[in-house]
Design a binder for this molecule. Structure first.
Ligand code: PLP
Length: 435
């Protein structure tokens, strides 16, 4: 299949890809099968999505059953039984007082939905002047216009710069190699970086700011772990000015950091949480926005036959996605998946940090089952060394991800210590091979 095909791949170097395509045709458990019959160890759990493993029999069965029972159902002014049940299930995992769930189809849609809910909430309470949205440098909140605008990854913004939302600012990111390189878990330096929000509150007046959105552990930018005390400080500043705090937990929810949510793990309660990925174990696309009761309540104010929030997607609460989500929640419980992930964290930390001292490695970071190895960029060719390591690993039967020169790892919630060894031995070999 070397000649170019019709398919335009997302976030991919398409021309290089079609010269040597990497095509998966099946998966089971922790492995992929390629089109040419090779078995690959998945070191990234899909794309942070599939913590319970691929083709989990209980989720597969639930989807099979649902698609033959109710394939789709009208989602506006009518709904389906599975969407109702899943929303209830999700709130059983959610922090206390967060009992309302709005479904989307992706993390990007969840981010934009959360921003819109924040604006609608303030307006409903007579604070319509609170329109300013604050993101963070290096943040990733998907690719729709809202998420892209509050996002802070330069390459994702550059081409669309003139079309980004107005009224958006960014607090500084939390990364500083001289102060935190090779930290294990949370860096001890950097809580004060949250005070950057004070700067924006002073500049715009806090009463004009609607919400701040951050990933509790930043993923796509290359695993930036919040310094000890940082999220608490951010919460405090939000409280001081009446700003809503949104945690984008598209990656961190559902076990990735050994707890149902990062909010739970860090014991910092946001006002709104966005999720996707682990919500259905990646089996059917779905996202969700979970809100504090008071936010929902503020919007339930007008005449009761009038639509309260003019927002939604044809597939919000899709019954097949919801059935996949319900089965996923059940398996999380039955397999005690979050506790298993937490128990695996020390072994993961040991395994990843064992690569310090390997060629090109300038930092290693980890939290939960999220890990990053930062490589020194090649002169004049940033990102290429990371990409070459990704390719070498793929050739050797391992799928990882590179965000530029930062190698990223997201093992399954029930990975074995042997699998972790296989992942990092393969990466070590690749690092020694690339120039
Ligand atoms: C924190 C975060 N938010 C939002 C998104 C976007 O999700 P999606 O690709 O499902 O639109 C991602 C995707 O990786 C993410 O990591």
């Amino acid at each position: 299949m070397s000649q170019e095909q019709a398919f335009w791949l997302p976030f991919t170097a398409n021309r290089a890809f079609w010269k040597s395509p990497r095509v998966i045709r099946a998966a089971h458990g922790h492995h992929y099968i390629t089109e040419d019959g090779r078995e690959l160890l998945d070191g990234f759990s899909g794309l942070w999505t599939s913590g319970l493993g691929h083709c989990h029999p209980k989720i597969v069965e639930a989807v099979r059953e649902q698609v033959g029972t109710l394939d789709y159902g009208m989602g506006f002014q009518v709904t389906n039984d599975k969407a109702i049940a899943l929303a209830n299930e999700v709130t059983r995992f959610a922090p206390p007082g967060m009992n309302k769930v709005f479904f989307t189809n992706s993390g990007s849609e969840a981010a934009d939905t959360a921003l819109k809910i924040a604006l609608a909430y303030h307006r409903a309470r007579g604070e319509g002047q609170r329109t300013r949205l604050i993101g963070r440098e290096r943040g990733y909140h998907g690719v729709n216009f809202g998420g892209m605008s509050v996002g802070g990854i330069p390459a994702n913004r550059k081409v669309f710069s003139a079309a980004l939302l107005p009224g958006v600012d960014h607090i500084r990111h939390t990364h500083s190699l001289p102060d935190m390189a090779f930290s294990r878990g949370q860096p001890t330096w950097g809580a004060h970086l949250a005070d950057d929000l004070e700067r924006l509150a002073a500049l715009h007046d806090g009463s004009n700011i609607a919400a701040v959105i951050v990933e509790p552990v930043a993923g796509s930018t290359g695993i930036l772990v919040p310094p000890v005390g940082y999220l608490q400080r951010l919460r405090g500043i939000c409280d001081k000015y009446g700003i809503l705090l949104i945690f984008d937990e598209v990656i961190t929810a559902f076990g990735r950091i050994g707890a149902p949510f990062a909010a739970t793990r860090f014991d910092v309660m946001p006002d709104i949480i966005t999720t996707a990925k682990g919500l259905t174990n990646g089996v059917i696309p779905m996202g969700a926005v979970i809100v504090r009761d008071g936010i929902h309540q503020a919007l339930m104010d007008g005449p009761d036959k009038v639509v309260e929030l003019f927002h939604g997607y044809t597939y919000s609460g899709h019954p097949v996605a919801a059935a996949a989500g319900l089965a996923t929640m059940q398996v999380y419980r039955e397999e005690d998946a979050f506790a298993r992930a937490l128990a695996l964290e020390p072994a993961f930390e040991e395994a990843i940090h064992a690569l310090s001292g390997e060629p090109h490695v300038i930092d290693i970071r980890n939290f939960g089952l999220m890990g990053g190895i930062e490589l020194a960029p090649r002169d004049g060719a940033p990102g290429m060394r990371g990409f070459d390591v990704f390719l070498k690993c793929f050739e050797r039967g391992l799928v990882i991800r590179n965000g530029g020169d930062i190698l990223q790892f997201s093992p399954f919630l029930d990975s074995s210590v042997d699998e972790l060894a296989q992942i990092f031995d393969t990466v070590r070999t690749a690092l020694r091979e690339v120039d």
